[in-house]
Design a protein around this ligand. Structure first.
Ligand code: E4P
Length: 232
């Protein structure tokens, strides 16, 4: 069962899960944007490092390309430092969401920033209790990690069902569940079944989702048969 809150609060044409791209690669964002597949972006220091470019340069470029939320992760470890970094980062684009790891100092910063109207994502969520605390602290987005739980032989997708079930008890609670650490297409399917609001998907998984051998075979056959009956 999806969260009833979503169905009630969404406008016409928004009754489908949102897709964020889990990448900092500009060309990929541009290309997938042409397919309408970019409702927002998530980055983390690992993804930014992969680009070989500076954090601020990459985030500014993404903001110029994407209208929706752009998640940029802080690196300060104390609440005051996180808030200071958040204010600096927010100057790079008004759609920037400050991504903050789940811990004590992180939640202090989330609470303070939420009072200032600055949206935050609490990342590295691995349990329902953590999700409850992050939501209560005022996070706009909760980011449970599926693949990293699978990596330690714990069922990542179960966490998604548990979180959407718990938050579904409180339909007025104004935060969104964003499934992260997505490693393959079945994670996407399970996240959608669990009724999450957003799935942040790496480009490699989008590629996998696009493909089916029967589609390729069908296109080849149709093109071959078209030679027989379509005039040019
Ligand atoms: C997104 O916000 C997360 O940083 C990302 O999904 C983590 O994915 P990984 O576990 O594959 O590194």
């Amino acid at each position: 069962m999806g969260r009833q809150k979503n169905v009630r609060s969404m406008g016409k044409g928004e009754y489908i899960v949102k897709i964020f791209l889990d990448t900092a690669d500009i060309e990929t964002i541009r290309e997938l944007g042409e397919m309408g597949l970019v409702d927002g972006i998530t980055t983390n220091p690992t993804l930014i490092a992969k680009t070989g470019r500076k954090f601020d340069v990459v985030i500014k470029e993404i903001c110029a390309l994407v209208k929706g939320p752009v998640n940029a992760e802080i690196t300060a470890t104390d609440a005051a430092g996180i808030c200071e970094e958040a204010h600096q980062i927010r100057e790079w684009g008004e759609q920037i969401v400050i991504k903050i790891p789940m811990n004590r100092e992180g939640l202090k910063a989330v609470w303070k920033l939420s009072k200032e109207g600055i949206p935050t994502t609490v990342t590295l969520i691995f349990s329902v209790p953590q999700a409850i605390l992050a939501a209560k602290a005022g996070a706009r987005y909760l980011c449970p990690f599926v693949g990293r739980l699978d990596d330690i032989s714990s069922e990542g997708t179960s966490l998604l069902y548990d979180i959407t079930t718990v938050l579904g008890q409180y339909p007025e609670w104004d935060c969104e569940v964003m499934a992260a650490s997505i490693r393959h297409p079945l994670h996407v399917v399970e996240a959608a079944r669990a009724g999450v609001d957003i799935i942040t998907i790496p480009p490699k998984v989008i590629d996998q989702m696009l493909l089916h051998p029967l589609t390729d075979r069908g296109i080849t056959q149709f093109l071959k048969d078209a030679q027989l009956c379509y005039t040019k």
